[in-house]
Design a protein. Structure first.
Length: 266
């Protein structure tokens, strides 16, 4: 990843996707250049007018109309929404209702930014340079177990003719394996879903506690879908230990804000 600044905002961007012609990516941070809180979690229980003001500032920095920034109210499932003219023509409240419970978005519409709000969960971005389609995915542990990445790739294949071997993928800041202790009931869910414990889990030799690598689990799903290893960028930033830069529920509490990870085609 590399870092850019514009109009007092800091953005992390992905090397592999930025090398693709006509594609922009962005990962926002917890504060502005002047240290102001920059919560973009519209559905995180924060003061809505404050969040909307932050979203307006984000869109100005990205030179993006607010109506062209699309993100859902996520519920940790594996439902995928196709963003098209019909959805974008809806009034805001109808659009929000239509996107409720969708944890991944796909589109082939230039100028539309798809985004995901997180604070430890895994944001995944996809781009198909042949069909010019993009996706933004929210994968917490439940969504990972439900294989939302696989569902999104399948949607792109069905709706746009995507060949997964052509896809480029990026995994944004999320909680790292060293910080993500889970109970055995969660381990069991991953095992039941067919994940390889050796590649996504470690146990503390002293305590026996299990730690799940959510980024690795989603990278494994991408590989299983047919995405080339050389096309996958995993940023490796742990939101828990980097909670001064990114929001983290485990580090800061359930009422903390959210940062956005997004992608658009110019």
């Amino acid at each position: 990843m590399f870092v850019t600044e514009n109009k007092g905002l800091t953005f992390y961007r992905f090397d592999n996707l930025s090398r693709q012609a006509g594609v922009d990516t962005f990962v926002t941070t917890r504060t502005t250049a002047t240290g102001d809180d920059f919560n973009l979690g519209l559905y995180s229980g924060a003061d809505v007018p404050v969040v909307e003001a932050n979203l307006a500032r984000l869109c100005k920095a990205l030179d993006l109309p607010r109506k062209h920034l699309v993100f859902p109210q996520q519920t940790h499932g594996n439902a995928v929404a196709v963003i098209d003219e019909k959805l974008l023509s809806m009034p805001r409240h109808e659009q929000q209702a239509a996107l409720y419970g969708k944890d991944a978005l796909v589109t082939d519409m230039p100028g539309i930014a798809l985004a995901i709000a997180t604070a430890d969960c895994v944001p995944v971005l996809l781009y198909d340079p042949e069909t010019r389609t993009i996706a933004a995915i929210h994968a917490g542990w439940r969504g990972t177990v439900a294989k939302i990445v696989s569902a999104t790739v399948a949607t792109m294949t069905r709706c746009y003719g995507t060949d997964p071997t052509r896809l480029y993928a990026a995994i944004a800041p999320c909680i790292g394996v060293a910080s993500y202790e889970v109970g055995d009931e969660v381990v069991a869910r991953f095992t039941e879903a067919g994940f390889d414990d050796k590649s996504i889990m470690v146990r503390n030799a002293v305590t026996g506690k299990a730690y799940i690598d959510l980024a690795a689990a989603n990278a494994d799903l991408l590989l299983q879908c047919g995405v080339e290893l050389s096309h996958i960028e995993v940023c490796g930033i742990n939101t828990f230990t980097a909670c001064d830069t990114f929001y983290s529920v485990r580090a800061l509490g359930a009422t903390t804000g959210r940062f956005l990870t997004g992608i658009r085609m110019r």
